[in-house]
Design a binder for this molecule. Structure first.
Ligand code: ZN
Length: 398
């Protein structure tokens, strides 16, 4: 079999039959050819041709399996576990991560490359590209694509970062184009707003597998919202939908990175809690503060050790989180609402308290329809989901 170059893949993947097969394998796991024919609604001979093309591109593998105790051996098709890899990039306000995963979304944590987020934009792009270029040169597996989880407002049509209160060095930059250029134009790069990435990861690999109507609220560094409605990510006219974090909830609140005051993001996120606790400790117990900025990991340890008490700060946090969750439920009527945040680990029962506050504020019929759970995914998986997204999604006519 002649190995196909990565240049052959984009034209292959524009073919809808191949995309349909990849999508079914992704959603359901390994399948027989007969199952693929039935599930995709594509004719048997066409499925066979498409699988052949996918095998040649090394995107799928076939395996001989025994069917039942006395059944004859048969072949199943599954997403490739070797020979190809995906790269995920998480851009965070303080730390960036670059990691590889296979097509089934299993992260290779030995490959994880972590570095402090450079404050200069050019340095940031170069720091991300450097480990990927090394992998290009040394890995036997082909890199199928690079997915990037980017915080802030991101215009999906122009691929321009509009404004990112937490990573302002990306403001106005064409992150996708610049990263593609730094990788010598050899790799596909897909950027997703970080919350959209979390939502997609939950849909592909997490508890939202197969769900068509759900929302994910990210309350970690900033506050982001991803909404999947009838199987499609709600993007808005230019990809800016879902910016719930910059709704004003407190007229005299603290200044937000967006320029406004008292946004949900400055009242009801992990970062907001850390800022408020840091301010109080600086005024009352400065000796407790570490040299580095506070992290949720540090705060959890301090609370567990009994050196810091956050009871007072948690009261408004729970109230404003109730406002945020109720807003999502009232506006989007999701079947499931996933919430991603680390503050819930600060004490047992905190998430339940937020649910109780939400139930006081949400419209009863919408709340009855909705299950609210903590998200299991993470931003690394969100970036990997961004990398695999173009391989499996139909390109809708524009
Ligand atoms: Zn704001």
């Amino acid at each position: 079999m002649l190995p196909l170059t990565s240049h052959a893949r984009p034209s292959l993947l524009r073919r809808l039959n191949e995309q349909s097969i990849l999508r079914e394998l992704q959603a359901r796991g390994p399948l027989s050819r007969a199952d693929l024919t039935r599930l995709t609604g594509i004719s048997g001979p066409t499925v066979t041709r498409a699988i052949l093309a996918l095998l040649e591109a090394r995107l799928v593998e076939e395996e001989e399996v025994k069917q039942g105790l006395v059944g004859r051996p048969g072949k199943i098709v599954r997403l490739a576990r070797s020979g190809v890899t995906l790269v995920g990039v998480v851009i965070g306000s303080r730390v960036c991560e670059v990691v590889r995963a296979n097509l089934e979304g299993q992260l290779d944590l030995d490959s994880l490359h972590t570095f402090p987020t450079p404050t200069d934009y050019r340095d940031l792009i170069e720091a991300i590209a450097e480990p990927i270029r090394t992998w290009q040169a040394t890995l036997e597996a082909d890199i199928l694509g690079v997915g990037v989880s980017l915080p802030g407002l991101f215009d999906t049509r122009s691929e321009r970062s509009i404004t990112s209160p937490n990573v302002p060095q990306t403001n106005g930059q064409l992150v996708g184009d610049d990263l593609r250029a730094a990788l010598n134009g050899l790799l596909d790069v897909t950027i997703l707003q970080e919350c959209d990435g979390l939502g997609l990861a939950e849909q592909l690999y997490g508890e939202a597998k197969g769900e068509r109507d759900f929302a994910i609220l990210d309350i970690s560094e900033g506050m982001g919202l991803g909404v999947v409605e009838r199987g499609h990510l709600l993007e808005g006219h230019s990809g800016l939908a879902g910016e719930i974090g910059h709704i004003t909830v407190r007229l005299d609140g603290r200044r937000c990175g967006c320029g406004n005051h008292g946004c949900l993001e400055t009242e009801a996120t992990d970062s907001a809690l850390l800022a408020i606790v840091a301010q109080r400790l600086a005024a009352t117990q400065p000796e407790l503060l570490p040299d580095e900025p506070l992290t949720m990991h540090w705060l959890r340890k301090a609370v567990e050790a009994g050196t810091v008490d956050v009871t007072a700060e948690l009261v408004p946090l729970i109230q404003y989180l109730g406002v945020a969750l109720a807003a999502v439920i009232n506006i989007f009527n999701p079947k499931r609402l996933f919430v991603y945040g680390l503050c819930f680990d600060l004490r047992p029962g905190l998430f339940d308290d937020v649910l109780a506050e939400t139930s006081r504020r949400a419209l009863a019929p919408s709340l009855r329809d909705c299950t609210i759970v903590r998200a299991r995914g993470n931003k690394q998986l969100g970036a990997i989901a961004a990398a695999i997204h173009p391989l499996t999604q139909r390109h809708e006519p524009t």
